[in-house]
Ligand binder design. Structure first.
Ligand code: HEC
Length: 144
């Protein structure tokens, strides 16, 4: 039998170790994702509210929250709501658009409740730019 050079054994060992290492890291990572608090909270208490925020959806806990959860979080994430800031007209127009093109149902009397909730808790930003910074600790730049 022809003797294989030692280098090929080393190479095989190295490949084996890399594969095992990658598998181990992958497993650890997926365990970590499963253990994230949000999942735990959602499983244990879907209605938990912390600091005025409904934990599972990230929506402000206020009058109309339940109507919003029921009617507005089945098709898409509540993030889509949280990241939008609109006035009454715009919210009504967005709802109409979803009704006409995306299959959103007639909200009936809940529309008023929902739009009130949205304009109260997610109003348009009043400031056109960020507010001036306060509490700044200035330091002297040493140019020497
Ligand atoms: C029948 C499904 C459905 C329901 C229920 C629904 N939406 Fe939507 N909505 C959509 C789809 C589809 C989009 C487009 C998503 C995209 O662009 O990725 C959308 C987009 C949006 C947007 C983004 C609009 C934009 O201009 O970018 C907002 C805000 C929104 N929905 C809020 C709501 C609110 C508030 C409710 C509750 C009244 C609601 N949605 C209920 C289907 C729905």
């Amino acid at each position: 039998m022809k003797k294989k050079p030692i280098i090929s054994y080393v190479a095989i060992a190295a490949i084996l170790m890399l594969t095992l290492g990658a598998a181990y890291l992958y497993k650890k990572q997926s365990e970590k994702i499963q253990n994230e608090d949000t999942y735990k909270v959602a499983d244990e208490n879907p209605d938990e509210i912390v600091d005025g925020i409904h934990v599972r959806t990230g929506l402000v806990a206020a009058e109309g929250l339940q109507e919003v959860i029921t009617n507005c979080t089945t098709c898409h994430s509540s993030k889509l709501i949280v990241q939008n800031r609109m006035g009454k007209e715009q919210w009504n127009a967005t709802i109409r658009w979803m009704q006409e093109t995306q299959g959103l149902w007639d909200l009936g009397e809940n529309q008023q409740v929902i739009v009130d909730y949205l304009t109260t808790n997610y109003p348009t930003f009043k400031k056109g730019r960020r507010a001036a910074l306060t509490d700044i600790e200035w330091y002297t730049l040493d140019t020497k």
